[in-house]
Ligand binder design. Structure first.
Ligand code: GDP
Ligand code: GDP
Length: 450
């Protein structure tokens, strides 16, 4: 079993705290760890588990030849040796954790290891160690200079923040290999942006789908979906492939029960689970119904990007159009980030806006924001509109990182909790600054003592 586990190698120059960090993870009451017997003495390897993912943690300290582990930073050969260690980690591991020391900053050895890791194709998580107190947290920015993404502050000695760090680590692991059983997540892992066309029966999903596929005059593959009877369609567009999930029912309506409201809801929910974006199709001639609302809530909860389509626009006069737009604002207010496209799938009017809207959604959903810019935007937002409360009680955002994409997820480290209103304000600012239009974003707040 152990042979199948992803291997996480901890690299870094001596004295940054690699062993301490390994011991910290190993020693966590809530991380399940066991020492693996039978491995060579100089490669310390531990089975560990976090958030339901098991992995092998390898302390590469032992990869330096015996006697070399006590090297000091003055040793001229050190950079070469530490780089060699990183090279081996790249070969043997599925993920590499580079440990650096906040009290020292970026050294020549750190930089040379970073270059090795940049060249490789393995994911890297940067742990900035010895961040023993809040004061140091702002200093971690320097380490974005390693060119390996957002650094994670940890204090291996005191166990600070290692939960967040472990979250990031587990998130960067390759998808689990036991695909015979359930795949790691319900989604696809081939990088093709996947769209679920959802909506009540007869709103015009098939018409829309055929138009999307037809307009592209493109190569269309039939691909078996992840469930046995689901057929997906992958369309080649100018901007790359796009997958429409579970299109069997959209191509040919064979079974009577497929047109029942219940059946279509179940199928829609299954498709949304695997989707990166949802095209929520509404029959504008019916207005926004309860069923539309219900589906929209599920789409919102799934955290996919959303494009709202008001179909059959051709059937409405000016007054009705105005009324439907108001209904969207009121009844779908929780989807206010989603673009709303009035179209006619039947006549093709404005249907050419759909693909660009989906591509836009794709960009926003995958958007990764540079940490320095993120922090600048939040600083400016606070400066121009401080949290409305008496100054000495005012929460401050110490710094922020984007912990994940798909959808963009931001973690704000603050001195006190933020009001919901203020969070909404910040969300709006982030959306404006980073063009996050059609995707939901998640903001997590972690409080730090003052
Ligand atoms: P390695 O050579 O990279 O494995 O580093 P070690 O784990 O042996 O740690 C080197 C030194 O840094 C030891 O004296 C540790 O006690 C110290 N150290 C490790 N982690 C921390 C930390 O989070 N904060 C502080 N202040 N010291 C640490
Ligand atoms: P589905 O059940 O959601 O897949 O809906 P269909 O695509 O089968 O469409 C249901 C009916 O609505 C069909 O009679 C379509 O011709 C009609 N329809 C679809 N789109 C439009 C549109 O934009 N305008 C009008 N007037 N009718 C449409």
């Amino acid at each position: 079993m152990a042979a199948d586990l992803p291997v996480v190698a901890i690299v870094g120059r001596p004295n940054v705290g690699k062993s301490t960090l390994v011991n910290r993870i190993v020693g966590r009451r809530d991380a399940i760890v066991e020492e693996q017997p039978g491995v060579t003495r100089d490669r310390r390897e531990f089975g560990a588990e976090w958030a339901g993912r098991a992995f092998l943690l390898v302390d590469t300290g032992g990869w330096l030849a015996p006697g070399e582990t006590g090297l000091t930073t003055e040793d001229p050969a050190l950079a070469a040796k530490v780089s060699a260690q990183a090279e081996q980690a790249m070969r043997d591991a599925d993920l590499v954790v580079l440990v650096v020391d906040v009290t020292v900053g970026i050294t020549a050895e750190d930089a040379s290891v970073a270059r090795v890791l940049q060249r490789g194709d393995k994911p890297v998580v940067v742990a900035v160690n010895k961040v023993d107190d809040d004061r140091r947290e702002t200093e971690i920015w320097e380490f974005t200079g390693l060119g390996l993404g957002d650094p994670w502050p940890v204090s291996a000695l005191h166990g600070r923040l290692s939960g967040d760090f472990l979250d990031a680590l587990v998130a960067a692991l390759p998808p689990s290999g036991d695909d015979d059983a359930e795949p790691a997540g319900p989604g696809y892992h081939d990088g093709i942006f996947s769209v679920a066309i959802v909506g009540r029966p007869n709103v015009g999903k098939s018409t829309l789908f055929n138009r999307l596929v037809g307009d592209e005059r493109s190569v269309v593959h039939n691909m078996p979906g992840t469930t046995r009877d689901a057929i997906d369609t992958v369309v080649e567009t100018e901007d790359g492939p796009l997958r429409f999930i579970d299109t069997a029912g959209l191509r040919r309506k064979s079974r009577v029960d497929e047109s029942t409201e219940y059946y279509s809801l179940i199928r829609a929910l299954q498709a949304i689970d695997r989707a990166d974006a949802a095209l929520l199709v509404i029959d504008a001639s019916d207005g926004v119904t309860h069923q539309d609302q219900h589906l929209a809530e599920r789409v919102d909860a799934a955290g996919t990007a959303v494009v709202v389509v008001l179909n059959k626009w051709d059937l409405l006069d000016a007054e009705e159009r105005e009324s439907v737009r108001r209904q969207v604002e009121n009844r779908l207010h929780f989807l206010s980030y989603a673009p709303v496209l009035p179209i006619s799938a039947l006549t093709g009017r404005r249907a050419n806006q759909l693909l660009p809207a989906l591509r836009n959604a794709e960009g926003a959903y995958h958007q990764r924001v540079p940490t320095a810019t993120l922090n600048r935007v939040l600083r400016d937002a606070q400066a121009s509109h401080p949290h409305p409360i008496e100054k000495r009680h005012r929460p401050r955002i110490l710094y922020a990182t984007q912990g994940a994409i798909d959808p963009p997820t931001f973690t704000l480290f603050t001195t006190r909790s933020l009001s919901t209103q203020y969070l909404r304000y910040l969300e709006r600012k982030l959306r404006e600054a980073f063009d996050l239009g059609p995707t939901p974003i998640k903001i997590r707040v972690r409080r730090r003592g003052e």
